[in-house]
Ligand binder design. Structure first.
Ligand code: ME8
Length: 659
């Protein structure tokens, strides 16, 4: 059997994985399922990148040993992959002893071959990214070009890898193997940003901290995390200790990585492998980012969308379908909850859901759920048959380049064509005339046959939906990819089964609120859990404080955009749809407004009524559980959750500007 090896990156342990992080694993999982259907023996590696200064510092702040710290976080990462049903074969932790041992051997081998030498390093170091930069590569203000955070000058004795000598070989590699690095834009970026003007040798050890794999012949140094992490791809399949397995799967068919780490995978990694005389992976694919309001998702920006509530409310298939269909894999895309809901309604509920329910209910109504036989084929039938039996090839072509969105679009063309076929052939009219019985039978058969093919084509992407359709068609849930290009495999006389609607239509506005609440509740739960294990360990959560403190400074012009006024609370009512919310009626000068707020747990209605508070008056109105809120009250909350409302010492008229 042909083997196929694919990897996602080895993730930094984070208790805050968001839907951007799931993008790559969802894509890898679909590739695995797709390749398996094509008869490959697939091995899929993911894992965690657990060494380095960043982890050491975070662990210290939390009052834990680094390993304990990552052990805690790992639980939630593994739970997430399980929830998303990510079918990986190896979860490689860079702290696994068998991996650490091989990293030392790799380092020793490079040293013995003269590929590594000792010198002194001075450069700009970005701790969060664990990377050194030269001055010319930095953004304005000596900021890291990858994450935009401050870098610091770091000088230390270090071992260096002779990366510079691989520049020409890398250029030749790109030239001779156009498929090595995709999409094409990434290659251009690597050449113009890193290779064109020559490469510097790479510092591959650190001595300013010790949380890492020790250099075997110099214990004062730990091996650079990127050398350590990239080697996970090798050790996950037995490099150095399971030769048979390693030879079976290496070289990797593809490393899927986000665009900001292409540099490490397309320059450092092939150079290291060349130095080690190990064959190179066949492809590095650098996918785009999922942005939120055109910004990268991050906890400090407060724009994180978690995958768990989406899965709980709408299922794994809905999330997987959306991620793979909405965005083009090589480019950035912007996530909005509205786009998500719209996709669910249009593609899953309307197109696919309707095709399934219409087909099954017609077979039920006109033939007691028994699949009738097909008779004479007409031109319209042939049109459907041609499209159905050629769609798998189009999916194959798209999947050869990881164009998930195009692959799904091809499948949906068939789904939409099948729905149109119902409208064109009007089975409900055929059912009225006994002499049209054979035609009706043919139409019903063709629809079921088309659905059978669709159930195969969607299997790698949304396998539960495929299973449900196949259950309705009384077919085994395992599928054979080749059966998607053969017409006529459904057996007449088979009894179909009624199933419940696959995807209910959503009220978009209501669902966005529901999702917002679930997302918020999860963020609070995570915070509480973290506080608990940090508290138990005697540490404190400095991370959030640091993020707060490191919020970018704003100018007076930025501040002057915010309008704050004093307001008089005239009425306080309970929110009709939410137990924890109040609806305030406030007077701001000549104006009256409604503000929805969550201070109910602390203040009675009587206490609030008649109070003068401060309100941000030029925020765009938002809806909370169906009620519009026009303004935001200002309040402070201490670490025990005690809230105090912002007010003025002197009694000023409502509507007075604060600033
Ligand atoms: O980089 N959209 O780990 P990591 C799409 N440990 N992808 C995103 C994303 C977003 N909004 N945010 C993050 C590391 N990612 C290293 C890898 S491999 C030998 C070592 C992706 O946890 C990101 O692009 O910071 C990367 O591919 C992956 O999540 C893991 O990032």
């Amino acid at each position: 059997m042909k083997s196929y090896y694919l990897t996602t990156p080895i993730y930094y342990p984070s208790d805050n994985l968001h839907i951007g992080h799931t993008y790559c694993t969802v894509a890898a999982d679909s590739i695995k399922r797709y390749k398996k259907l094509q008869g490959y023996d697939v091995f899929f590696t993911t894992g965690t990148d657990e060494h380095g200064q960043k982890i050491q510092e975070k662990a210290k702040e939390a009052g834990l040993e680094p390993k304990e710290y990552v052990d805690n976080i790992l639980v939630s990462i593994k739970e997430l992959w399980e929830k998303l049903e990510i079918d990986y074969d190896q979860f490689r932790r860079s702290t696994d002893p068998e991996h650490e041992e091989q990293v030392q051997k790799i380092f020793q081998k490079l040293y013995d071959k003269g590929e590594i030498y000792k010198s002194e390093y001075e450069g700009y170091y970005c701790t969060p990214c664990e990377s050194f930069w030269t001055e010319s590569q930095l953004d304005e203000g000596h900021k890291c070009p990858d994450c935009g955070r401050e870098t610091k000058i770091s000088k230390e004795e270090s071992y260096f890898f002779r990366l510079s000598k691989y520049r020409d070989k890398l250029l030749e590699l790109y030239e001779k193997n156009p498929e090595f690095l995709e999409p094409l834009s990434r290659k251009k970026e690597m050449v113009s940003n890193f290779l064109k003007d020559g490469l510097d040798d790479l510092s591959v050890t650190r001595s300013s901290f010790d949380w890492g794999v020790k250099v075997p012949f110099d214990e004062d140094h730990v091996i650079y995390v990127w050398v350590d992490a990239l080697s996970c791809y090798l050790t996950a399949i037995g490099y150095g200790f399971d030769e048979e397995k390693f030879n079976k799967y290496w070289p990797a068919n593809v490393h899927l990585v986000g665009k900001e780490i292409v540099r490490f995978h397309a320059i450092i990694w092939p150079a290291l492998l060349m130095a080690l005389d190990i064959p190179l992976p066949k492809k590095i694919f650098g996918h785009g980012w999922i942005l939120f309001d055109n910004d990268k998702m991050s906890k400090s920006k407060g724009n994180v969308v978690y995958p768990e509530p989406i899965i709980d409310l709408y299922g794994t298939d809905a999330l997987k379908y959306f991620l793979l269909r909405e965005f083009s894999f090589g480019s950035d895309g912007s996530f909005t909850k509205e786009k998500f809901m719209k996709r669910l309604n249009s593609d899953l509920a309307n197109d696919l859901g309707n095709l399934v329910s219409r087909t099954i209910s017609m077979v039920d109504k006109y033939n007691d759920l028994y699949l009738p036989e097909a008779h004479q084929i007409t031109e319209i039938d042939q049109d459907l048959i041609d499209l159905a039996t050629t769609t798998s090839q189009k999916v194959d072509q798209a999947m050869d380049h990881f164009q998930f969105s195009n692959a799904l679009e091809e499948i949906w063309n068939l789904i939409r064509r099948s729905n149109k076929y119902i409208d064109e052939t009007t089975p409900w009219i055929l059912a009225k005339n006994e002499e049209d019985r054979e035609r009706l039978d043919t139409v019903l058969y063709n629809l079921v046959e088309s659905l059978r093919i669709i159930s195969i084509l969607i299997k790698p992407f949304i396998s539960h939906t495929s299973d449900s359709i196949r259950t309705a068609l009384n077919l085994k849930t395992e599928v054979k990819w080749d059966d998607a290009n053969t017409w006529g495999l459904s057996q007449a006389g088979e009894k179909l089964k009624k199933i419940k609607a696959l995807f209910p239509r959503l009220d978009i506005e209501k669902e966005i609120e529901r999702l917002d609440e679930a997302n918020h509740a999860l963020a609070e739960k995570r915070q509480a859990e973290k506080a608990t294990w940090q508290h138990e360990a005697g540490g404190e959560d400095k991370e959030d404080k640091k993020e707060e403190n490191s919020k970018e400074k704003i100018t007076i012009d930025d501040f002057s955009k915010v309008e704050i006024k004093t307001a008089l609370i005239e009425e306080v009512e309970d929110h009709p749809n939410a137990d924890r919310l109040y609806v305030l009626k406030v007077k701001i000068g000549d104006e009256r407004r409604q503000i929805v707020t969550n201070i109910k747990s602390q203040f009675s209605k009587e206490y609030l009524k008649g109070k003068k508070i401060m309100v941000v008056t030029n925020l765009k109105p938002m809806k909370f559980r169906g009620l519009e809120s026009d303004g935001m009250i200002l309040a402070a909350e201490d670490k025990d959750g005690k809230i105090s409302l912002a007010t003025t010492f002197e009694d000023l008229a409502d509507g007075t500007i604060v600033g």
